[in-house]
Write a protein that binds this ligand. Structure first.
Ligand SMILES: NC(=O)c1ccc[n+]([C@@H]2O[C@H](COP(=O)([O-])OP(=O)(O)OC[C@H]3O[C@@H](n4cnc5c(N)ncnc54)[C@H](O)[C@@H]3O)[C@@H](O)[C@H]2O)c1
Length: 430
């Protein structure tokens, strides 16, 4: 399709979409017309491989590129995605090749966190729409740049907070908003896993199949170590954001949405790295609390090395209201009356397919506000994680202004932004 190149075409499309809607023609039948095919490039072939399969399953959507800095993962992904596509994807090592191709409408980014906002901003500047995995930024400063870039370039930018599109979770949140358990003022959330130790790594020769220079991208250079890539970068502040940014963000996003709050006024953190003596820097046991204006609070307990989580499951949040409580899980919810007795239970899907299809529909209709969750929502939930981590790293109880900015704590404010590799800061601010 690749028709999103100028403002005139954009306005023409809105007019055409409006006329179709007036004639009673659904977005689905618009999507089935060949001119509405959305062409994608997908980067990061672990989570991204699964997303490439998810998007390949959607109507009128073609994955033209898959991309990874690890040639082994790339080769395997080309085969897997080819098996579920009409034509095999091209494998590329450098995501800029996808941005250079005018046929590509949108990119899907499932990268190490230090790459998310920079790559998403580059994509917006290249005229692409963006599906960026959570957390959408490595630090709040670049998250704000990402939200600005999406607005400035009028792009459809969505984070991988897929439960925002899950029918059952949407129903649960709607019921909270409708007052089914009365006025709701507190959410207690949790995530739990049984992760092992990452050990003590050593400097080592970069494997031949990995382009480590490109993997590092916007992050200041560090020698290659043998226990970081893949996945363990999550636990090192230079690249990751710990369990809070990794999985806490999913449940905090639901809490913020359900309680209808944006930015906290106070953030407290407790916990540490207790289970193993190894290279991990981020906490494995993390208790964070957020107070919001209007008398509402969220607490989060993250356990990386113990199960079950606080509510007896690995993922969830219980919302407390005047007339009862609701517990939302990964793909389900249940309601208890004010005596604590279960009165209703529902389950459904996690929302991966629905989130992909919502993204594609918003692109086809050129309407960022048709997204179930625009990037500023993804950013605000990601910000909760960064504030919890900043509070943890500085030993501060943070006070924030009405926009989530930290007040009166220079040491904490210094973590609002990272240092970038040479030349990268200007890419993010141009
Ligand atoms: N929404 C969800 O449910 C969900 C699930 C899993 C992971 N994720 C998110 O997806 C992201 C990736 O996680 P993961 O588990 O796949 O990590 P991972 O480390 O296993 O995989 C990341 C991949 O990206 C590649 N990569 C690094 N830099 C690249 C670049 N510049 N261009 C192309 N490829 C590059 C790496 O070589 C690696 O193969 C994380 O942010 C994670 O939080 C989201």
């Amino acid at each position: 399709m690749a028709t999103f190149l100028n403002r005139r075409q954009f306005l023409g499309r809105i007019t055409a979409g409006g006329a179709l809607a007036m004639a009673g023609i659904s977005a689905k039948s618009q999507a089935e017309s060949p001119g509405n095919r959305v062409v994608l490039g997908v980067a990061g072939m672990s989570r991204g491989r699964s997303l490439a399969e998810t998007f390949s399953r959607q109507q009128n959507c073609a994955v033209k590129y898959v991309c990874d800095t690890d040639a082994n993962r790339l080769d395997a992904a080309v085969e897997v995605v080819a098996a579920v596509s009409d034509s095999p994807p091209r494998g590329v090592g450098d995501l800029r090749r996808m941005l250079d191709d005018p046929e590509v409408d949108a990119v899907v980014l499932a990268l190490p966190v230090h790459w998310h906002a920079p790559a998403a901003i580059m994509a917006c500047e290249a005229g692409k729409h963006v599906y960026v995995e959570k957390p959408c930024c490595h630090n709040p400063w670049e998250g704000e740049r990402l939200v600005e870039a999406a607005r400035r370039h009028d792009r459809v930018v969505q984070m991988g907070n897929q439960r925002r599109s899950s029918a059952v979770i949407r129903e649960a949140v709607q019921r909270l908003h409708d007052g089914d358990i009365g006025r709701v003022y507190y959410a207690r959330s949790w995530y739990a896993n049984q992760r092992g130790s990452i050990g003590h790594g050593r400097e080592a020769t970069v494997p031949n199949h990995l382009d480590y220079e490109l993997w590092q991208g916007p992050a200041p250079r560090r020698p290659y170590r043998d226990n970081v890539i893949h996945y363990n970068w999550h636990w090192l502040w230079h690249w990751g954001s710990g369990e809070l940014g990794n999985n806490g963000v999913h449940i905090l996003d639901i809490c913020r949405w359900a309680l209808d709050v944006d930015y906290p006024k106070r953030v407290n953190s407790a916990g540490g790295r207790y289970r193993f003596d190894d290279d991990q820097e981020t906490p494995d046991t993390h208790m964070v609390s957020y107070d919001f204006a209007g008398g509402k609070s969220i607490s989060y307990e993250g356990l990386s090395c113990n199960v079950p989580g606080a509510g007896g499951t690995s993922f969830g949040a219980t919302f407390y209201g005047e007339d009862g409580s609701m517990t939302i899980g990964s793909r389900d919810y249940l309601i208890r009356d004010s005596q604590g007795d279960v009165v209703e239970q529902r389950d459904g899907s996690i929302g991966d397919d629905e989130h992909a299809s919502n993204f594609l529909d918003a692109i086809r209709n050129e309407q960022p506000d048709a997204l179930h969750s625009q990037i500023q929502e993804g950013y605000r939930s990601t910000l909760l994680c960064h504030l919890g981590n900043i509070a943890h790293r500085t030993g501060h109880s943070l006070r924030c202004d009405g926009q989530g900015h930290i007040l009166d704590a220079p040491e904490a404010q210094a973590l609002w932004k990272r240092e970038y590799a040479d030349g990268w800061e200007s890419i993010l601010t141009q």
